[in-house]
Structure formats: structure tokens, C-alpha cells
Design a protein around this ligand. Structure first.
Ligand SMILES: [Zn+2]
Length: 251
């Protein structure tokens, strides 16, 4: 199993779990054309697409995915907020509603959605299990995580900003006060990410991927070094075009 990062920023988010036979997409904030390239134009192997919440950088291209008859999964709050209306005249796939803490099978993937804290209708994070990769935690756009997880093999977690960089940019009027406040209430800081990772059992974790870094309020090298030193794990900063081996036994 590989993780392919198609986008991981406020410009657009999209992640592909792919083993060459089946693919699960997470987020559709990037054009479907890019996703097609990631699966070598074999869209029949896409078993589904999860959406965490309705914001454009995570869901902007949902209609193109539905037009391609991809099964899209999200909370009912997200589906309603996206304003997708079932089209009865021209049959079109309609998103499938997920419930928090209720497992959903998608191909050979098992997905457990859980609630996160973000300024959206009903945002979810996901535990994603596949026998080849074990269990992956996916959590983005949340100011903290209310749950502890066990048995994780890979982690994708938002590491959006660092408080001192955010304050400096606010003081310099590079970002407005309202944006500072919104960032703090809806995105995960480096220190929260650090604490979440310290509080969870990482003994079986192969990869920690820091996702959705702010363009202006983060420092990728410092974040990578800080989390690597704290956890002793392989830490990646998500970048467009990156592919990471997500097999449970990487060797
Ligand atoms: Zn958002």
C-alpha cells in the first residue's frame, strides 16, 4: 500500500491510498484529473472517496467525482452543507452518509469516522484500516483530538501553525486578527499536534505525516525535527507529489 499526496494545503487537499488494485481517496479539494493520474487512469480501482468536511480546500471538486460515479462518503452534515441535490432525471451518484463511531466498509478498507473540532457543519476524522497497511489515523482541520487511539500503524495529522509565528505575523499585520482567532479555534497547532502524538501509543507506528501546514504560520523543517525528536518515528512533511510506503511491514 502506498500513500500518494496529491495536495495538502489550503490550496487543496487530496490523499490516495493505493495498492495498484484498489484505491481509497481522502478529500476532493484537487481536480479529478489529478486523481486520475495518481491511479494511472484506472478509475475502476477507486473504491471510494472520503470527505472530512465541506470547506472548498477539502471538497471543491465533489461534483466531478460524483459525475465519474465515484462513491463519495461524508457525514450528513457535510453532505447537506455541500448542497448536493439528488438528480433523479439524470441518474447521478449521491454521497453516502457516514455516522460518527459507526464502521463503514469500502472495498477492503474499513473506515471508522469520529468527530473533530472545526468551524464546519459536522466534520470528521477517520481511522482507516486495510490488512496491507494496518490502521491509519487521518485527522485534519481540528483544533484538538478528543480521543486516544490504539494500534496505529500510520498517522496523518494536521500541524497547521506555531503560536509564536502566528503572533508575529499578526503583530506585523501580515494576517488580520480575525484570521488569527479563526486559526486558533479551528486548526491544530504544532504544540497540540506534539501533545496528541505524545499521548497516543506509537509503538507500532511506521510513519507520521504532518499535513495541512499553513503557508505563512509554519516552519516545515522545525516541525519535522521537533516531532521526530519527540517520537523517534519517521516524520514526513506532506508535499504535493509525494509517495510514501504504507505497508504494515515496510521491509
Ligand atoms: Zn476547513
Amino acid at each position: 500500500m502506498e500513500l500518494k499526496i496529491i495536495g495538502s494545503s489550503s490550496a487543496g487537499n487530496c490523499y490516495v491510498f493505493d495498492n495498484g488494485r484498489e484505491s481509497l481517496i481522502v478529500e476532493c479539494g484537487i481536480s479529478f484529473q489529478e486523481v486520475k493520474k495518481a491511479v494511472n487512469f484506472d478509475i475502476s480501482r477507486i473504491v471510494g472517496c472520503l470527505i472530512s468536511h465541506e470547506h472548498g480546500d477539502h471538497a471543491r471538486h465533489v461534483n466531478k467525482f460524483l459525475d465519474a460515479r465515484i462513491k463519495v462518503f461524508a457525514s450528513m452534515g457535510t453532505i447537506n452543507a455541500l448542497g448536493i441535490v439528488p438528480m433523479y432525471e439524470k441518474p447521478k451518484f449521491y454521497p453516502i452518509g457516514l455516522k460518527a463511531n459507526a464502521k463503514q466498509t469500502i472495498g477492503n478498507f474499513m473506515v471508522l469516522p469520529f468527530s473533530v473540532q472545526h468551524d464546519a457543519a459536522e466534520p470528521f476524522g477517520f481511522l482507516i484500516h486495510h490488512h496491507e497497511m494496518g490502521t491509519t489515523l487521518f485527522a485534519t482541520d481540528t483544533c484538538y483530538l478528543a480521543y486516544k487511539f490504539s494500534g496505529l500503524n500510520n498517522i496523518l495529522i494536521e500541524c497547521n501553525y506555531r503560536q509564536d509565528i502566528l503572533e508575529r505575523n499578526t503583530d506585523l499585520d501580515l494576517i488580520p486578527q480575525a484570521q488569527r482567532d479563526r486559526t486558533m479555534q479551528s486548526h491544530m497547532s504544532f504544540s497540540t499536534c506534539f501533545n496528541v502524538l505524545k499521548e497516543n501509543d506509537l509503538s507500532a507506528v511506521n510513519n507520521i505525516v504532518l499535513i495541512h501546514l499553513s503557508d505563512s504560520n509554519s516552519n516545515a523543517l522545525d516541525f519535522q525535527k521537533g516531532i521526530q525528536e519527540a517520537t523517534g518515528k519517521t516524520v514526513h512533511i506532506a508535499e504535493k507529489g509525494m509517495t510514501i510506503n504504507f505497508n504494515k511491514s515496510p521491509f
